[in-house]
Write a protein that binds this ligand. Structure first.
Ligand code: NAG
Ligand code: NAG
Ligand code: NAG
Length: 196
């Protein structure tokens, strides 16, 4: 009668849990790779914002109160080859020394890949009171003929890759055009910083 030595019990497929574990791990790794490859292929690039030109009308600054219509032409460039953007709402403010001078909104739009869209933002300040220390700075700077304003845009956007659309994200754009007050124009094209 042959004596059967007991087989070592670690090798055989008697361990289905381990097999399932290995398969799950492989699936996770493959999914991760797929996401990474998609990301590398799509590679969203930063949106490029500039202020092309601007103008001021009906400007009046009396007793620390500011009135005027400030107009800005904003250029938005989407450098992406495969990503397009929905701008669902855009809020804009014009600021001086962290004081908001006026508020405005921009019409929603859809921006295709590699598209340049220009839009105007018009701010109307009606007798806006400035704190006296800000007003003092403003007058001092204005006396030199140049004043730096800040334009902030805050947009609710979604991006689209193929048929896939992302959730809402907040895009922040910040531009600091320098005004030449004698001519009521901004001096040169202003590049903005963007944050998504
Ligand atoms: C900027 O220049 C363009 C073309 O000259 C003009 O149509 C637009 O009204 C200007 N925008 C502002 C804010 O002055
Ligand atoms: C500027 O505003 C002040 C105070 O509101 C007013 O008295 C003055 O007439 C205005 N000047 C012009 C040129 O509109
Ligand atoms: C960008 O898209 C807008 C709206 O779809 C269109 O009117 C405009 O002509 C496009 N501009 C370029 C440079 O493709």
């Amino acid at each position: 009668m042959p004596t059967s030595t007991p087989r070592p019990s670690q090798r055989p497929a008697s361990n289905p849990i381990r097999l399932i574990g290995i398969i799950l791990l492989a699936i996770v790794v493959l999914l991760g790779l797929a996401v990474l490859i998609t990301w590398l292929v799509v590679k969203p690039k930063r949106l490029v914002y500039t202020i092309e030109n601007s103008s001021v009308k009906d400007y009046n600054f009396t007793n620390d109160h500011l009135s005027g219509t400030f107009d800005f032409t904003v250029r938005s460039y989407n450098p992406n080859k495969r990503v397009s953007f929905y701008y669902d709402s855009i809020e804009a403010t014009v600021n001086y020394n962290d004081q908001t001078l006026a508020f405005s909104t921009v019409e929603p739009f859809y921006q295709r890949h590699r598209n340049v869209t220009r839009f105007n933002v018009e701010f109307v300040a009606k007798n806006t009171a400035l704190p006296s220390f800000v007003a003092k700075d403003f007058l001092l700077e204005k006396a030199t003929g140049k004043v730096q304003l800040d334009i902030w845009l805050k947009a609710r956007i979604r991006y689209k890759v193929g048929a896939w659309k992302s959730r809402h994200r907040t895009l922040r754009v910040s531009c600091s055009p320098v005004f030449e007050f004698n001519r009521f124009k901004n001096l040169k094209r202003t590049y903005c910083s963007t944050e998504l």
